[in-house]
Design a protein around this ligand. Structure first.
Ligand code: NDP
Length: 317
């Protein structure tokens, strides 16, 4: 942790996913001497994924951790000051803006890029907390290793759920994919991978209502067609329960100052990374309810850094 007390910088970036690191690459190459705080999950969400096959420039694919390491090194090469620390409070009422790091150090900055990303959602069952670290996980890449030759379930019907189910099927003896709708929302290629994998059983129209087990997860209580006249209780025996039902944008500490939508995504001036606060920009998943891809996050980080440079030069800073 950085223990120096208060500090004044020209340009502060919060978050270390593709958006934050790309903003740092552009800002450092523009001689803005950016300071970047990595946040809770250095490298962001991609460090919890396996193979990234759709980031341009990697014809054979690349692991999420390698991609993020490369982006960080590229930012450091041009002098970005990358630090460990979590932004815990902000005051964006007047420039220079104040961002508190780890509840103690206050950074004053002329311009700010918010690239705090999004965090995995849970169903909200008491059992998810009861079995936290004992069979419940929101990251197949992090925890899949523990379930070799075991039976696991993945909840969700999007690309993440299909990707995680496919990954887990390479380790586990069997995977249930628990989908609340009668269809998958995932892209066709991901759906095909799941539906053609003999180690994956898709349970359409199933909701999880509880987990059970003595010393960890031993099974899940499901209900088929929940709320319908013909609803049906189904119990499955599993050793691991993985959530893949989407994410919550990490925007809470900025909400008093910037506009957010119902879910919490930061709203920017359409077609730009500008928030309604001059000199405060939002990039990546924290401001993107639509695309949420590494490459779109990187692109918006680039746009935010370019806009920040223009803003600072207009101010003569
Ligand atoms: P999505 O929002 O796309 O999907 C969430 C899934 O979880 C949906 O099937 C949804 O069901 C289900 N769900 C949500 N809440 C609940 C609940 N309470 N109970 C049961 N099921 C629930 O999120 P993803 O994380 O899958 O994807 C986010 C974005 O990232 C997408 O744009 C996706 O395309 C992209 N992505 C791309 C990848 C790639 O290309 N390699 C890999 C991973 C993600 P319902 O359909 O009923 O709403």
């Amino acid at each position: 942790m950085d223990t120096n007390k208060n500090e004044k910088v020209r340009c502060l970036i919060i978050g270390s996913g593709p958006a934050g690191y790309t903003a740092a690459i552009y800002a450092s190459r523009a001689n803005l001497s950016p300071v970047l705080y990595e946040g809770i999950q250095p490298g962001g969400q991609l460090t919890t994924t396996t193979e990234v096959e759709n980031f341009p420039g990697y014809p054979e694919g690349v692991t999420g951790t390698t991609l993020m390491d490369d982006l960080r090194k590229q930012a450091e090469r041009f002098g970005a000051d990358i630090r460990v620390g979590i932004a815990t409070q902000t005051d964006l009422s007047v420039a220079p803006y104040k961002v508190t790091i780890d509840g103690e150090k206050v950074i004053e900055t002329d311009a700010l890029i918010i690239a705090t990303g999004a965090t995995a959602k849970y169903l909200g069952l008491a059992d998810e907390q009861k079995y936290a670290g004992m069979g419940v996980s929101a990251c197949a890449t992090c925890d899949g290793f523990f379930y070799r030759k075991k039976v696991v379930a993945v909840v969700g019907g999007g690309d993440t759920a299909c990707e995680e189910a496919t990954y887990l099927a390479s380790l586990a003896s069997h995977v249930y994919l628990i989908v609340r709708k009668p269809y998958l929302r995932a892209s066709k290629v991901m759906q095909d991978r799941v539906l053609n994998n003999p180690k994956i059983t898709v349970l359409f129209e199933h909701n999880t209502v509880g987990l059970f087990g003595e010393n960890g997860v031993e099974g899940a209580h499901l209900v088929k067609r929940l709320g319908e006249p013909d609803e049906e209780k189904v119990d499955i025996a599993i050793d691991g329960f993985f959530l893949a039902i989407g994410h919550k944008p990490n925007s809470d500490i900025f909400k008093p100052w910037v506009d957010t939508d119902d879910v919490g995504y930061i709203q920017t001036i359409p077609g730009t990374p500008k928030t309604k606060v001059p000199g405060v920009f939002a990039a990546g998943d924290v401001a993107d309810p639509h695309y949420r891809q590494a490459i779109t996050a990187a692109g918006s980080g680039c746009a935010a850094a370019i806009e920040m440079e223009r803003y600072l030069s207009e101010l003569g800073k």
